[in-house]
Every structure is written in C-alpha cells, then in structure tokens.
Design a protein around this ligand. Structure first.
Ligand SMILES: Cc1cc2nc3c(=O)[nH]c(=O)nc-3n(C[C@H](O)[C@H](O)[C@H](O)COP(=O)(O)O)c2cc1C
Length: 198
C-alpha cells in the first residue's frame, strides 16, 4: 500500500521534474490569487524553480503586472498542477511575496535567457488597454531577440514570485480506484498527511 511519507516526497520530486522537463504537465501550472475585486483570479505561468527542502515554488513575472499588486494585497495563493501522463493533480496552497532584489532574485535574473528577457523589455505595463492589437515590444524586437547587453534593460521590469508552500493536496487518477491525500506543513513536525476520499 502507498505510504503517505513517500507520496509527499514523490510530489516534490515531480515538481522538481516539472521545472526542467518542458513536456511535464507541471511545467505550466495555474497560479491563482485573490483578484482586485475580491473574487478569484488565475493565470498560467512557467514553473521556474522548486526547492523542496525550503518548500519553495518560484516563477517569474513582470513587476508591473496585475498579479503583483494582488499578491501584495493578499499573499495567500493557490497553485494547480496537472500532469496528464502521470494522471496526477497537485493543489498547493502557499504564501507569496514578490522579490525585486536579493540573492534569489539575482540568481533568477542571471539564469534568464535572452529570449525570456525579451518580454521584460515591454514598454507598457502588461494588461493596460491599448489602441489596437499590440505585441507590447519595441519595434526593433518584433522580429528578433535583444543582444545580451540590451536584455539587461529588462531587469527593472523583472520580478521573482516567491511562494512558500504550506498545504499540498494530491490526487492520483487510476482505473482501479483514485487516491487522494492532503498534507499540511507545521513546524517543527514537517509535513503530516491524511487520506481523503477521492
Ligand atoms: C504558456 C504560458 C506561459 C506563461 N508564462 C508566464 C510566466 O512565466 N510569467 C508570467 O507572468 N506570465 C506568464 N504567462 C502569461 C500569464 O498567463 C498572464 O496572462 C500574465 O502574467 C498577466 O497576468 P496578470 O494580469 O494576472 O498579472 C504565460 C501564459 C501562457 C499561456
């Protein structure tokens, strides 16, 4: 029979796989926040870094984007991950902060490729109404990528979304019977799990 202890370890291992493996369903999770009017909001992002020992799940964003203000107003967020191949869903509750400096921020920016940095060269804040269809990129970058030096200008728009997980709900679909469990992190005990009816 599955052990709760090995399930939480394998859930974190799958999250780590989702960072590097672009074909893993966990590579493109939904990050939900409390929206500006108080209702829910959510969007797909790229999973950028996972540090299981620190319970950290990180993604990148434009610091002018709507989610940044939402996180400042209400830091409790929800990640939803689904991998089709493994038939595995994770719902991760976490406390978020938006980092604009510090070692994790510097590391994230320095690891960012020129192609990824291109979107941080957007002249206008993402989500602002525009007069017509817009790529929100400087004219010279519509067809190409910036040089390494040009890409450095994106740094002032770049932000690292740092989320500290405190609850993970695991759902595994299987023909012989689905399985569902919930884990909550409490100091000093670490992760404690319980089975749920699927
Ligand atoms: C496949 C895919 C990957 C995306 N990756 C990111 C990402 O890593 N970071 C990000 O801020 N937005 C990403 N987006 C755009 C977001 O879904 C969203 O439109 C944008 O961040 C604005 O959201 P907001 O107005 O709620 O802040 C991605 C969208 C798609 C479809």
């Amino acid at each position: 029979m599955e052990q709760l202890g090995s399930i939480i370890d394998s859930a974190w291992a799958e999250l780590v796989c989702g960072v590097k493996n672009r074909r893993h369903g966990f590579h493109l999770p939904t990050l939900s926040t409390s929206g500006d009017g108080g209702g829910p909001d959510g969007r797909v992002v790229v999973l950028r870094r996972v540090i299981p020992s620190e319970r950290l799940i990180l993604c990148h964003t434009d610091r002018r984007s709507g989610k940044v203000g939402q996180i400042a107003a209400q830091p409790e967020v929800l990640w939803v991950f689904y991998d089709f191949k493994r038939r595995l869903q994770l719902r991760v509750r976490a406390t978020a902060q938006v980092l604009l400096e510090g070692p994790l921020f510097e590391e994230a920016w320095s690891r960012c490729t020129v192609d990824s940095r291109r979107c941080y060269l957007a002249p206008n804040p993402p989500g602002r109404p525009s007069d017509g269809p817009s790529a929100n990129l400087p004219e010279a970058l519509l067809e190409g990528r910036p040089s390494q030096e040009e890409s450095e200008q994106g740094r002032s728009n770049f932000a690292l979304v740092h989320t500290l997980a405190w609850s993970i709900e695991w759902l595994h679909l299987a023909a012989g019977g689905h399985r569902r469990a919930r884990f909550v992190h409490r100091d000093p005990d670490g992760w404690t799990g319980e089975w749920l009816e699927p």
